[in-house]
Design a protein around this ligand. Structure first.
Ligand SMILES: NC(=O)C1=CN([C@@H]2O[C@H](COP(=O)(O)OP(=O)(O)OC[C@H]3O[C@@H](n4cnc5c(N)ncnc54)[C@H](O)[C@@H]3O)[C@@H](O)[C@H]2O)C=CC1
Ligand SMILES: CC(=O)C(=O)O
Length: 375
């Protein structure tokens, strides 16, 4: 199979969909890898690094997009829709529940798209989202701490406090991968941390992991209102896989926060859980202030620590890409239920229920579309 790797075009997105190590694996299995010129530079990989392991460098995005399967990092932006065509396999983050235009364009152009973030194992974990959630969770606390400084418009709070002075308060809403990593860094810094989740078993696990270094709380509007009001830093980390994120922090709750507090809505890629986080921001202008509270809503946080993130991402995407390349898409998804969950659009249909529901479009299970006869 020919696999194309275009250069990422989102603002300040420095990741790339494959490392030279990943190229070696694909080439060893007889596949051809086309990499757009300079695609790896932001992650510390030169064209020469890729050429040395057998990739072909192409000078335009169009040449990379002409491959059988295109691997990317971020969901395509409007200027990339012109490359969509029937029989293209697109393997990348998509976040379609928050991307109506992109969904429509993939369907009308009959692109076969698999979203990294909906590939799901039997235990419900999301193996292709996890490493970026680990990165974003750790970054969220670090970034929040930075924006609490007066010099960045914050209220002038040091999360750790000092002897004789209160510590800062951090509330993390959603106790999955992002939430756990954000909480770990916040607790490590010495902040007073609460973590809120709707799943009682998950709260038990978090309690077992963290003991009394943080407080676990059941998610409900009463508790969220109470915790948000007294927090210096609120981190949004909720996910309902494939679906639009629920609004859990209302505008009224944000108004109750003290001026100079900070909200990092990591879940913004799925639409965000904070009512006032009403648009995605970018690394070059990451924050805005509403009701005196600093909002950070960057949809590609790991793009700012590209070398770490690119390696972490390729570590997990490569085995799935290899299955698709070796077996062909149809056989690969029939042999691997986790990969099949990644299928979001197929030959003009939406094959992921939560995406179809988010936009009021028709849903078609992939099993109804793919013939099993030749497997
Ligand atoms: N902005 C960015 O750059 C990045 C954003 N993300 C996003 O962060 C979000 C979280 O991702 P993960 O932690 O990997 O997901 P996860 O599935 O590991 O965790 C989500 C948690 O939310 C909890 N939850 C669901 N409904 C809830 C409710 N009503 N109240 C409280 N908790 C609730 C679940 O029980 C689960 O523990 C996703 O939207 C993901 O796409 C991830 C990486 C980078
Ligand atoms: C998860 C995602 O969309 C990102 O890492 O940018």
């Amino acid at each position: 199979m020919i696999i194309g790797i275009p250069k990422e075009v989102k603002v300040f997105e420095q990741r790339v969909a494959i490392t030279p190590a990943g190229v070696v694996t694909l080439v060893d299995h007889g596949h051809q890898v086309l990499i757009e010129k300079d695609a790896g530079l932001g992650s510390g990989f030169s064209d020469a690094d890729y050429e040395a392991v057998g990739a072909k460098i192409v000078s335009t995005a169009a040449e990379a997009w002409a491959a059988d399967m295109v691997m990317k990092v971020k969901e395509p932006i409007a200027e990339e829709y012109m490359y969509f065509r029937e029989n293209l396999i697109l393997f990348t983050y998509l976040h379609l529940a928050a991307e109506r235009e992109l969904t429509h364009s993939l369907v009308t152009n009959k692109v076969t798209s698999l979203a990294y973030e909906t590939v799901q194992l039997k235990d419900k974990s999301l193996p292709l989202l996890t490493p970026m959630s680990e990165v974003a969770g750790r970054m969220a606390t670090q970034i929040g701490a930075q924006f609490l400084a007066n010099s960045n418009g914050g209220k002038g709070i040091l999360l750790a406090g000092v002897p004789g002075v209160k510590r800062g308060r951090v509330t993390v809403i959603g106790g999955g991968v992002v939430g756990m990593n954000a909480a770990a860094i916040a607790a490590g810094l010495g902040a007073e941390v609460s973590i809120i989740d709707v799943n009682a078993n998950r709260l038990r696990e978090l309690n077992n992991i963290f003991g009394n270094t943080l407080t676990t709380l059941m998610s409900n509007p009463y508790t969220i209102k109470e915790e948000v009001a007294k927090s210096d830093l609120v981190i949004g980390a909720v996910l309902i896989p494939g679906a639009k994120a629920p609004t859990l922090v209302t505008e009224e709750m944000v108004k109750d926060m003290t001026p100079g507090s900070v909200i990092i809505d990591v879940a913004i890629d799925q639409g965000g859980i904070v009512e006032t986080a009403d648009h995605v921001t970018t690394h070059d202008n990451p924050t805005y202030t509403k009701h005196g509270v600093i909002h950070y809503a960057v949809g590609n946080m790991p793009g700012a620590v590209a070398k770490t993130s690119t390696i972490a991402l390729t570590n997990v995407t490569l085995p799935y890409a290899l299955q698709i390349a070796n077996r062909g898409l149809e056989t690969a998804i029939q042999k691997d239920e986790a990969l099949a969950k990644g299928l979001n659009t197929y030959h003009g249909h939406i094959t992921y229920k939560n995406v179809a529901e988010a936009h009021g479009f028709a849903f078609m299970p992939y099993e109804n579309l793919i013939k099993t006869a030749h497997v």
